[in-house]
Design a protein around this ligand. Structure first.
Ligand code: NAP
Length: 263
């Protein structure tokens, strides 16, 4: 349970962030539902949390803007006194071949996914250090460890998030501030489905041993664990939640399966 804890979840108006907000609130955290443009959706998440007996507020901030993040965190600390859990979930993707990728698209992905996480961690640092506690959970991706065609900016941003997570964990461990990353596989949110055909999805699932898209709640449950005291000794970890995506193909087992008598 996260009773008495305040959690800031970036990009919580939709998709995975929305579910993280709902799950943390169900574990009794007070949740700040950050959004950039989708005020109505963020307010709907707050209403859903309140209807279920929890408590939350929405807060607009473009996380890619250093000063806006500082203003948000200063205002939140003034109002709510402490933030104990920071979930850097806000993210975008602009997929495209390297030779066709515009500078603006590359910058937008890095500014949101990577600099956004730096901005919030940077501005939360003084409060976490004063509290001598804090739980930082960065939402990375399997794209940060597994390269793919057309995913340069996104993959680079997520690989860098993995490094940011480890750097933060090492620097802040002595102050009992933990930092971990969750690496989702393919989750069927609006953001992820925007450029995806059914045939591509079917082909992709052949590489997922559990053979399903990840559900937002699978990610949210891992975040809730990392945010809790049950994970008190876990820091600097990159935890993949992807149904086995990326595991080596069991070539020997496949070849032998026809020759093995069961029982
Ligand atoms: P999504 O449905 O597109 O939602 C993105 C969220 O991020 C929205 O709440 C959006 O807010 C917010 N956001 C975007 N830019 C922002 C900014 N500059 N400042 C503040 N908030 C901003 O995305 P998703 O699929 O749930 O993905 C969430 C995270 O999981 C991302 O970091 C993504 O890279 C990661 N991930 C997703 C998948 C997947 O398959 N879906 C897989 C691996 C990793 P507004 O609604 O206000 O624009």
């Amino acid at each position: 349970m996260l009773t008495g804890k305040n959690a800031l979840v970036t990009g919580a108006s939709r998709g995975i962030g929305r579910q993280i907000a709902l799950t943390l609130a169900a574990a009794h955290a007070f949740v700040i539902v950050n959004y950039n443009g989708s005020k109505e959706k963020a307010d709907a998440v707050v209403a859903e949390i309140k209807a279920a007996g929890g408590d939350a507020v929405s807060y607009q901030c473009n996380v890619s803007d250093f000063d806006e993040c500082q203003n948000m965190i200063t205002a939140l600390i003034k109002e709510y006194k402490h933030i104990d859990i920071l979930v850097n979930n806000a993210g975008i993707t602009r997929d495209g071949l390297i030779m066709k990728m515009s500078e603006a698209d590359y910058d937008a992905v890095l500014d949101t996914n990577l600099k956004g996480a730096f901005n919030t961690i940077r501005h939360m640092s003084r409060y976490f250090l004063k509290q001598k506690s804090g739980r930082i959970i960065n939402i990375s991706s399997v794209a940060g460890t597994t390269p793919d065609i057309s995913r340069l900016a996104y993959g680079v941003s997520k690989a860098a998030i993995n490094s940011l997570t480890k750097q933060t964990a090492v620097e802040y461990a002595r102050d009992k501030i933990r930092a971990n990353a969750v690496l989702p596989g393919f989750v069927g949110t609006d953001g992820a489905l925007q450029n995806m055909s059914k045939s591509f999805l079917d082909g992709f699932l052949k590489h997922v041993p559990l053979n399903e898209v990840v559900k937002p709640v699978d990610i949210a449950n891992m975040v809730a664990f990392l945010a809790s005291d049950k994970a008190r000794y876990v820091t600097g970890e990159l935890i993949t939640v992807a149904g086995g995506f990326g595991l080596p193909t069991p070539i020997y087992g496949n070849a032998m399966s026809g020759n093995i008598k069961q029982g």
